[in-house]
Design a protein around this ligand. Structure first.
Ligand code: BG6
Length: 488
């Protein structure tokens, strides 16, 4: 709803726009509108996710709320769908005759297949000239390779691939989209973007939140399923894929899929799992995962995962990709660091310089969106001494922030039929396939050392050992970027 509200404010929705909300709660359209108005007001006051409070834009909201209608219905009964069909037909008559319909499945994942089948049976997915029918499917798309494949097969019996928009909300983030522009619209990066010049890549999605009220869901899911084959792999794809021939949806998605197919099977030796214990996060005392509501006292569900991935292609063979994500870590940050190969040292043998700091290009996805490049500079003075310095670009210094909760672009793109930022069936399956071996291995041998990291820390020590083995270290998890100094 906040995304639709932002789209309404930016004048991006057509006049003939209307929403029909379907749910099993018995309530009137009036009550539904009232409820959403209160929620939106509270959301705007709290300043959305960024905490910059403001009053709701009454004009935009009343434009939107006046177009909302509520229908009470059970997703499992055919009646609901015939009634919905009638409402859609009424709506079409009332509003300039548009017959385009987008079904947005913001429902528990067990309903994705059944709802789409019912939509198909009721004839609601049939398209004709000037009347498209599209479906947005939320996450999680399957819980492993087999279930994702089965769900694709089930929904592809009803819909054609170009009607399905599988969401991964990371792709709605402006800075994630910008990775492709950075790589392909600039002449300086792409020639270096390969195993001849890159030493390794680190992808971090650190969260300060715990599982919040989602214990029941999270117990079945864990950090690997929840974040890796979807969100982290989207970042991996953007940073690692070959250049697509155009921004056409299929051109981009084909390259991503190829990259996922090139991921080397992940051995358990290259993976670390963790679970948070009680601790202090951002100055607040928090409980351990096993003490969270709806979580088993002896739970072996992981809330942290770190992986070393290899990509078997000409560009990346031999370049490790280290991925990590976890709940209740020391700071909230999502970033990608590309560390370049060390310069040869010979020239500095007879100087006081003991070590040359590495060049690291850091792409900050959130919260402090930007880019920095660290390199070596000579300290002023007679002696040759080197210090690490940084060039930094922050989005906020150049561009006015757009009101965004991350779903605006995705909803808008679906309305205009651009599927570039959505997952294709084969991409989702390739991603699951890449982590399936590890999911199986972890299911066979539950962790025995949980909890193994304190809430508010940087994660389990075993994650440090994973990199130490390769004589590397994780970059510090920093929330707000500050111009850093790397000492030589
Ligand atoms: C969701 C996961 O898909 O992404 C959550 O289920 C996670 O567990 C969230 O917290 C992270 O998204 P963001 O946009 O807050 O980084």
């Amino acid at each position: 709803m906040p995304a639709l509200y932002n789209l309404a404010r930016a004048d991006k929705l057509p006049d003939a726009f209307a929403i029909i909300g379907v749910d099993h709660n018995d309530q009137t359209t009036q009550a539904w509108r009232q409820n959403l108005t209160e929620t939106m007001q509270a959301f705007a006051r709290a300043g959305g996710r960024e905490g910059k409070g403001e009053a709701i834009d009454e004009h935009a909201w009343s434009w939107l709320v006046g177009r909302m209608h509520y229908m009470c219905g059970d997703f499992t009964t055919p009646d609901t769908f015939s009634q919905l069909g009638k409402l859609l037909a009424d709506q079409q008559q009332r509003q300039n005759g548009t017959a385009n319909v987008l079904f947005y499945l913001a429902v528990a994942d067990r309903f994705f297949g059944p709802v789409i089948e019912q939509l198909g049976r009721a004839g609601l997915t049939r398209q004709s000239e000037g009347a498209w029918r599209r479906v947005i499917v939320e996450k999680p798309f399957g819980h492993d390779f087999a279930s994702a494949e089965a769900l694709n097969a089930q929904i592809l019996r009803v819909l054609s691939e170009d009607q399905i928009y599988r969401i991964d909300h990371f792709l709605g983030k402006e800075t994630v989209q910008n990775i492709l522009v950075l790589r392909f619209a600039n002449g300086i990066f792409e020639p270096l973007w390969n195993r001849d010049h890159v030493d390794h890549i680190q992808i971090t999605a650190a969260e300060t939140v715990g599982v919040e009220a989602r214990g029941r869901f999270y117990e079945q899911t864990g950090a690997l399923r929840d974040m890796v084959p979807n969100h982290l792999f989207q970042l991996l794809a953007m940073i690692g894929m070959e250049p697509p021939i155009s921004f056409d949806a299929d051109a981009v998605r084909a390259k991503k899929t190829e990259l996922f197919h090139a991921i080397h099977p992940i051995s358990s030796d290259d993976a670390v799992r963790g679970q948070y214990d009680a601790g202090m996060v951002l100055g607040q005392k928090v409980r351990g995962y096993r003490q969270e509501p709806n979580v088993a006292q002896d739970s072996t569900t992981e809330t942290y995962v770190a992986l070393k991935l290899g990509i078997d292609n000409w560009r990346w063979a031999g370049v490790p990709f280290y991925l990590r994500t976890g709940k209740h870590l020391s700071a909230r940050t999502t970033e990608i660091a590309v560390q370049f190969r060390q310069a040869p040292y010979a020239l500095f043998r007879d100087t006081p310089v003991e070590r040359l700091p590495a060049n690291i290009l850091t792409l900050r996805i959130q919260p402090d969106e930007g880019l920095s490049l660290s390199f070596s500079a000579k300290c002023p003075g007679a002696e040759i001494e080197i210090d690490g310095v940084e060039m930094d670009f922050a989005y906020r210094d150049y561009f006015a922030p757009l009101a965004s909760v991350g779903y605006e672009t995705l909803i808008y793109d679906c309305l205009i039929g651009d599927a570039t930022l959505f997952q294709r069936a084969d991409t989702v399956e390739a991603a699951w396939c890449a982590v399936q071996g590890l999911l199986d291995a972890w299911a066979r041998t539950p962790a025995t050392d949980f909890p193994n990291y304190a809430a508010g820390s940087a994660g389990p020590e075993a994650a440090d050992r994973l990199l130490a083995r390769d004589k590397r270290i994780w970059l510090p998890i920093r929330g707000n970027h500050t111009h850093g100094r790397q000492s030589a």
